[in-house]
Design a protein around this ligand. Structure first.
Ligand SMILES: Nc1ncnc2c1ncn2[C@@H]1O[C@H](COP(=O)(O)OP(=O)(O)O)[C@@H](O)[C@H]1O
Ligand SMILES: [Mg+2]
Length: 255
């Protein structure tokens, strides 16, 4: 019987791949703890992917990997089961999760968080917001469409050379507006760090901390998102008053 770890991280034979192998081991220790490996093996058994290819990002709460299988490439977001995670979460989301699982088990709170991101992603996707297609979620794992080209992940906006900033501004504004209008959600952490620049188009990601439009803080958070982006677009040579962008992003539709 092959071990789960060998299955997911095939042993790299060539000499130049040794460094990669050491990296794999380090990441495994940190991110792929026992409960996470069990969840990964369940995903593999269900046919969602066969191999973890490489790390795309190491964040405060989660790591994102490219994975591959019969269906091609996908993005796997792994929420770390470590105590540091909830320090970075916004209080409204934390309150919601506490209500949901009673705060009894730390692990269950993380699972609930991953589930929250998955359902928010689905809601956005179904509403026609440009987001990666959600595929599956199990425990602390979330699988979604891989946004990239020729196997390489598309960069976030902040690290991209944007050809047509005016077009991107109108795409970001309309994505947020669709989110408000049709998904009845406010992103709450929208910035050039959470938008991918894919083939010249904007794709919104990282929807774990969305708020419903009727939430008392929804307006404040949308204003913050608009201010972030107004600063970015102004720097890009498109003078953008935050209040104008706020309205375009759906601020006028909020109660
Ligand atoms: N579906 C995806 N396809 C390609 N890259 C992705 C995808 N989702 C996330 N990423 C990459 O992983 C990074 C972190 O993802 P994000 O959801 O923003 O997590 P975090 O909570 O760590 O900010 C992104 O900045 C992006 O580079
Ligand atoms: Mg992010």
């Amino acid at each position: 019987m092959p071990r789960v770890t060998d299955l997911v991280f095939p042993r790299l034979e060539r000499k130049e791949d040794r460094r990669k192998e050491r990296w794999h081991r380090d990441v495994m220790d940190e991110v792929f703890d026992r409960p996470t490996l069990l969840a990964v093996s369940r995903m593999v058994t269900s046919g969602h992917f066969k191999e973890v290819d490489f790390s795309i990002s190491t964040g405060k709460e989660a790591n994102v990997f490219r994975v591959s299988g019969a269906a091609g490439f996908r993005a796997l977001k792994v929420y770390r089961i470590s105590n540091s995670i909830f320090r970075h979460l916004p209080p409204w989301a934390l309150a919601e999760i506490h209500r949901e699982v009673g705060g009894a088990s730390f692990q269950r709170m993380i699972f609930a968080w991953a589930h929250r991101e998955f359902t928010s992603l689905k809601r956005c996707f179904e509403a026609g917001v440009p987001v990666p297609k959600p595929i599956a979620q199990f425990r602390n794992l979330l699988i979604m469409e891989f946004v990239g080209e020729e196997g390489l992940p598309s960069p976030v906006l902040i690290k991209s050379v944007v050809e047509d900033p005016t077009a991107v501004r109108s795409e970001v504004a309309s994505a947020s507006r669709t989110m408000v209008e049709r998904a009845e959600l406010v992103h709450g952490d929208l910035s050039p760090f959470n938008v991918l620049y894919h083939r010249g188009h904007a794709v919104l990601i990282d929807v774990g901390q969305v708020l419903r439009t009727d939430h008392p803080q929804a307006k404040e958070m949308l204003r913050r998102d608009a201010t972030n982006f107004a600063r970015y677009f102004t720097r890009m040579g498109l003078p953008t008053p935050p209040e104008t962008l706020f309205t375009e992003m759906g601020g006028d539709l909020l109660p």
